[in-house]
Design a protein around this ligand. Sequence first.
Ligand code: PLP
Length: 491
Amino acid sequence: MRFYSTRNKKNEVSGAEAVCRGISEEGGLFVPVTFPAMSRERIESFCGAPYHQTAATVVGAFLPELSDLPAYTQAAYEKFDGDPAPVVKLDDNLFVTELWHGPTHAFKDVALTLLPHLLCGSKKQLGNSRITLIPVATSGDTGKAALEGFRDVDGTGVAVFYPDGGVSDLQRLQMITAEGDNVFVSAIRGNFDDAQTAVKKAFTDPELIDALAKEGIELSSANSINFGRLAPQITYYFTTYADLLDGGQIEYGEQVDFCVPSGNFGDILAGYYARKMGLPIGRLVCASNRNNVLCDFINTGVYDARREFYKTSSPSMDILISSNLERLLFDISGCDDERTAARMRDLKEKGVYSLTPQEREAMQTVFAAGYATEDDVANTTAHYFDEYGYIMDPHTAVAAYVAERFASDRPMVILSTASPHKFAAAVLGFIGEKPTGNETKDLVRLEDATALEVPESLISLPKKAKLYTGSIAREQITDAIRTFGQKLTKK
Ligand SMILES: *Cc1c(COP(=O)(O)O)cnc(C)c1O
């Protein structure tokens, strides 16, 4: 299967190359030239099949050159506590797919347990024996999931940079206790945007790239701009549909709606791709928090990032520049690379761009959008706990609130993206319990209040050795990456 860049269609590569490179050199994102179709027989065959098997079929439709894919998906999804995407029924037409039963208890695990295998398999296929160094800027969840996914994977290294004081205690503990010979973690003095900008700059720093190349090292990305991160996320739309079929909730062909808590637009875009492959999805509902730039875009056709940034209880959705939206823009423009490149230039230079009325209408036939305020999130968390005895994290609560606004006679599935324990203090407050001021004690208190068992890996965190306690200035990031690179070559 061939891929090309959203900003230059002449730049065409194989799937393996798209995974290794992460991003195209002119800044565009790689997308499939054609979409594979899944027949009714295929989709029905997913009923009752193990998750890793469905994943091998779905991901393999995009990356057929990876002949060991079934072994990769098996190794990746063995790391989950049971089914990687169990569907919970809350009400007649209301379901939740829980995506947080992986090693770090966030939905990022679904992709980041598999990405290292996809990367190593792609390198093997291309005869690439260089070391791949992956710098990651994180607001919390991606960092730990990347550290866990790439830990001790031969020929790779991960350097994670998080904003000093900008992540929760629990998220920080998860990262600074990371084990593995090929990982590095540091706080960056500044906020998430500073960390992200510094990491992006490193990607295009010719001096750094040159110095690393001399050591046999190349840079790649574990962010959802990499198609290798997106492809694994398409799987759970198929498994959810198959589970509903299998449970007799729907007949084949009946449409199902999904409501997705969105930030960088990777999760919901995977649903759009599943729909393009033939999965009977009705509406994809994009749920935003108070940073509702995506919601406004879907409702008006104007993307305007010139607005205030708010810190909310759902930090992984606190984002104003949503990088994966570029893939949707490309698709609804009829695969117009020049128009997509121009819009991305407008976003960078003016902070705003617009769709044509025709494009907006085309988008609105599939997508709908709403947003939740902090009060809505608190009330929704309490309501679901009272009404269904179901406890959810603040990101999921954003989606649950918005899903109610778009209820119809079709089944609605809410994608649940994080374990409530990762945001214990906020969740306790929402259900009328008092947080203790200590995140580990809050874990226990949340378990007592809700009977939702705390995962052992979270409760044991404070006892683990703190390996990375330093912080650096933004300007020092290239030096940190270079020093880490040298360490990797000496392994
Ligand atoms: C990353 C993340 C999201 C947003 O997903 P996108 O693919 O960036 O839209 C939502 N919830 C949680 C908990 C996340 O970690």
